[in-house]
Ligand binder design. Structure first.
Ligand SMILES: [Zn+2]
Length: 68
């Protein structure tokens, strides 16, 4: 496995679909042209999030559809 399916807060969404917050498992749908946000569940990527979670760390991971 590599990190080609993980994205940082602020990255542009290049593929519409569901993404999972790596630290907490929260699932969110992003559309083409959007930018990845902080996680609204665990607030990773914000100052209110995990103390050990720093900007620039992978946050959103693409959910692979089982139909492919
Ligand atoms: Zn989260």
């Amino acid at each position: 496995m590599n990190n080609e399916n993980t994205f940082h807060k602020g990255d542009a969404v290049s593929e519409e679909g569901d993404y999972i917050c790596v630290p907490c498992g929260y699932q969110k749908h992003f559309k083409n042209g959007d930018a990845f946000t902080e996680c609204t569940s665990c607030l990773a990527g914000t100052e209110k999030g995990h103390d050990d979670y720093v900007d620039g760390t992978e946050l959103w991971e693409k959910v692979q559809s089982s139909g492919e």
